[in-house]
Every structure is written in C-alpha cells, then in structure tokens.
Design a protein around this ligand. Structure first.
Ligand code: AMP
Length: 222
C-alpha cells in the first residue's frame, strides 16, 4: 500500500512540515500544508486569502468552513489514488468531522494520524528563530539551519523573512489556540484507533526514524 493518507497533528513548531516533506519525498506522497495553502491564497490576493489574513496575523484559527472548503478541494484535485500528508489540517473537531465525511464519500479514509509531542518552552524557542522564504515557503532557522547568504533563499533566491505570526507574542496565542481547539483531536482520533505518537523534541533524523517505524507498520515500503 503506497497511497498512504496521513494526518500530522501537533502544535506549530514541532517539525511537522519538515517531516511531511521528508516522508513525502521518500514515499512519493503529496504534503498538503494548510498554512502554506492559505499563505499562497494571500499572495494571490484571492477572496479566501483576504478573509484569512487577519485571523492568521493574530494567531487565531480561520473559520472552519473556509479552511475545510480549501483543503477538501486540494485533496479532490490530487490525481486519483494519490497518497498525501495533511499538515495543519484538521485543527478543530468540526474540521475533523467534515474531513471524515468527505473522505468517506470518496471511499478513501485516513490510514494513520501522527501526533507530534513537544513541550511548549521548546516550541517557543524553535519558532522565534524560524525563518521562511516569502516566495517558495522553504523553512530555515537562524540557529540551526540558516540560508547560505543571510536573508536569501538557497532554493529560489527569494527573500527569507520572519513570519508575522512567528513573533513571540503571537506564538503564545497560537499555542493557547492549539491547546483549546486542536488538542481535543488527540482523543477524537484515539477513539477511532488511528493515533500514533512521536517524540518531536528529538532531532529531525531521530523523529524521521520514529515516523518510518509508524509507516512501515502500515505496510508501506520506500
Ligand atoms: P501554520 O502554518 O500551520 O502554523 O498555520 C498558520 C495559520 O494559518 C494558523 O495560525 C491559522 O491562522 C491558519 N490555519 C492553518 N491551518 C488552519 C486550520 N486547519 N484551521 C484554521 N486555521 C488554520
């Protein structure tokens, strides 16, 4: 079974995005990041982007119906039989319910949900030093993984900046939002027998090894 359909759950700054691209490359999956999708909509100044921007800048969640519509459409647009990793979606119980219904209708339910667990203090430190390319959204870290030329993306030459919502005051709001609205999804997926946990405080290679164990238990081969 190569058409894996996975959800990566966990607060911002736990390395979900990094692991989603690593695993996608290895297994030929598509990484669908809800945050990147929304940032793309903002860049294109679409109606969705314009309505989402104020919520995002404040570290709040955009309304369920907006993000659910965007992400179900992104899944529907994948070539038939594609595997994918949802990174950052769903983030509330109503979103999870809408996703479940949408996928049931397609006869292609989620195989596994991976919860990335890290202490809040570590997250705040990681996000404060996170930087992102304003063009291709490649991520960097001023301490562990800076671009070769300061402020310039290694991959596309775009400008590397700090996201407005990665400032320390906004991070605290995003973490509080996570605990209040997204953490209940752990129980939601546990009840369905779909949940696995990884210790995301480890370095990226060790986290990847844990993920590979989860995925190989599903019968997938790279
Ligand atoms: P991220 O890049 O995943 O941290 O997402 C950045 C921002 O986009 C979040 O703080 C929210 O404002 C918005 N966002 C991303 N995914 C969702 C979602 N599933 N539900 C609501 N808002 C979202």
């Amino acid at each position: 079974m190569q058409a894996l359909r996975l959800i990566f759950l966990g607060p911002p700054g736990t390395g979900k995005g990094t692991q989603a691209s690593r695993l996608s490359r290895r297994f030929g999956l598509t990484a669908l990041s809800s945050g990147d999708t929304l940032r793309n909509e903002i860049r294109q100044q679409s109606e969705v982007g314009l309505s989402a921007k104020a919520y995002m800048d404040a570290g709040k969640l955009v309304p369920d119906e907006v993000i659910t519509g965007v992400m179900l459409l992104a899944i529907a647009r994948l070539p038939a039989g594609s595997g994918y990793i949802l990174d950052g979606f769903p983030r509330t119980v109503p979103q999870a319910e809408a996703l479940e219904l949408g996928l049931e209708a397609r006869g292609a339910p989620i195989h596994r949900v991976v919860d990335f667990v890290v202490a809040d203090q570590v997250i705040v430190e990681r996000i404060a030093s996170r930087r992102v390319c304003s063009n291709c959204f490649a991520t960097y870290n001023t301490r562990f993984f800076p671009p070769a030329v300061a402020g310039v993306c290694d991959k596309c030459g775009g400008e590397v900046v700090q996201r407005a919502d990665d400032r320390e005051d906004v991070i605290v709001t995003r973490l509080a939002t996570y605990r209040a609205q997204t953490a209940p999804l752990v129980e939601f997926y546990e009840r369905r027998g779909l949940l696995s946990t990884v210790d995301a405080a480890q370095d990226a290679d060790a986290v990847e090894q844990e993920l590979l164990r989860v995925v190989s238990a599903l019968g997938a081969k790279a």
